[in-house]
Design a binder for this molecule. Sequence first.
Ligand code: CDP
Ligand code: CDP
Length: 224
Amino acid sequence: MKMTITIAIDGPAASGKSTIAKQIAKKLNITYIDTGAMYRGVTLAILKRGIEVDNVQEIRNILNNIELDFNFVNGVQHLFLDGQDAEEEIRSIEVSQNVSAVSALDFVREKLVDLQRKMAEKQSVVMDGRDIGTVVLPKADFKFFFIASPEIRAQRRYDENIARGINTQTFEELKQDIIRRDEYDSTREHSPLKQADDAIAVDTGLLSIEENVEYVLSLIQKTN
Ligand code: CDP
Ligand code: CDP
């Protein structure tokens, strides 16, 4: 009898993946894995070492010296880079603007996909990202693909920033960043953002967070 379950949630930026995945993980008492945080961690490590994101050779040289971990801080999962809590820094504008270039590199993806598969081997997980249902866990028990319009997604990021006292980007700038990143992520050669054939599409723009969680859980429980 299969003892573990794997849930894959993919979709574009700010479609609600991590918010919903965290709550699903809590309700089902399983582990949440934020793969976007891992790509952001590698990007931050590159920027911190003063390497340009188009310097492929240098990135290849240092990749194996980058140490990524997830640890809990006050009950919340944080990404640690080279032993330091980097949860805040990986969400900076600079990282957001450079992460798509780094995540398009095949050897970066190879390393992170390998780590992600190992994390999902021995435990039940809900994992979110861009290629979880298509590449990382093609045999996941449940696959969801979240969508919402760029306007709704930019408004969400804008509201989040305001709530955190950040007003460095206008709504229009955030929208353009999101559209540019979606385009880059969807058209790259290696593991582009794409709905798996067997994934269920969820338009999160139509749902409150509570409704979104309940809907996804109802689909999991119905077929489990
Ligand atoms: O939270 P947000 O949607 O803004 O982004 P994220 O999930 O933190 O992911 C940041 C970036 O990492 C994405 O724009 C992708 O370029 C990359 N990524 C990826 O290529 N594959 C994944 N499985 C997860 C993220
Ligand atoms: O992980 P991803 O980038 O896909 O998105 P997120 O960071 O989980 O969600 C972006 C924002 O959308 C958060 O502020 C959520 O609270 C919000 N959200 C929402 O308003 N309604 C939903 N149904 C899902 C998320």
